[in-house]
Design a binder for this molecule. Structure first.
Ligand SMILES: [Zn+2]
Ligand SMILES: [Zn+2]
Length: 113
């Protein structure tokens, strides 16, 4: 607690021009609070939450590893199991095209609807 050097009365915190000053309760003495600026500089540092590591699977990996297979006869060989996947054409509003790839000879063909 601080006291007015002019009259000895108690100094109370008072807002003046947006800053907190110590003002005498009796006379007009005003003392600027010296630690105001230091307090304003305290910035809380918030550590960003660590992002979960995202596994990025390339388009090619998706085709090779996660493709379902359907029972369909290959055009090139006698194999009857083909991988199947769908590709969305660039327009976005167009229907996706279904592609098939023979699990045996690798022959790739698309389904014509
Ligand atoms: Zn005073
Ligand atoms: Zn084939």
């Amino acid at each position: 607690m601080e006291f007015c050097p002019e009259c000895g009365c108690r100094l109370e915190p008072k807002k003046s021009d947006g800053a907190i000053v110590l003002a005498c309760t009796k006379c007009n003495y005003v003392k600027k609070a010296e630690n105001n600026r230091a307090q304003a500089k305290v910035v809380r540092v918030i550590q960003p939450k660590s992002q979960p590591f995202m596994t990025i699977i390339s388009e090619e990996d998706q085709k090779v590893k996660t493709l379902p297979t359907i029972h369909m006869k290959c055009e090139k060989c006698d194999n009857t199991t083909v991988f199947v996947w769908q590709v969305q054409t660039r327009g976005g509003d167009e229907a996706s095209t279904q592609f098939m790839r023979c699990t045996k000879c690798g022959h790739t063909f698309r389904e014509y609807s």
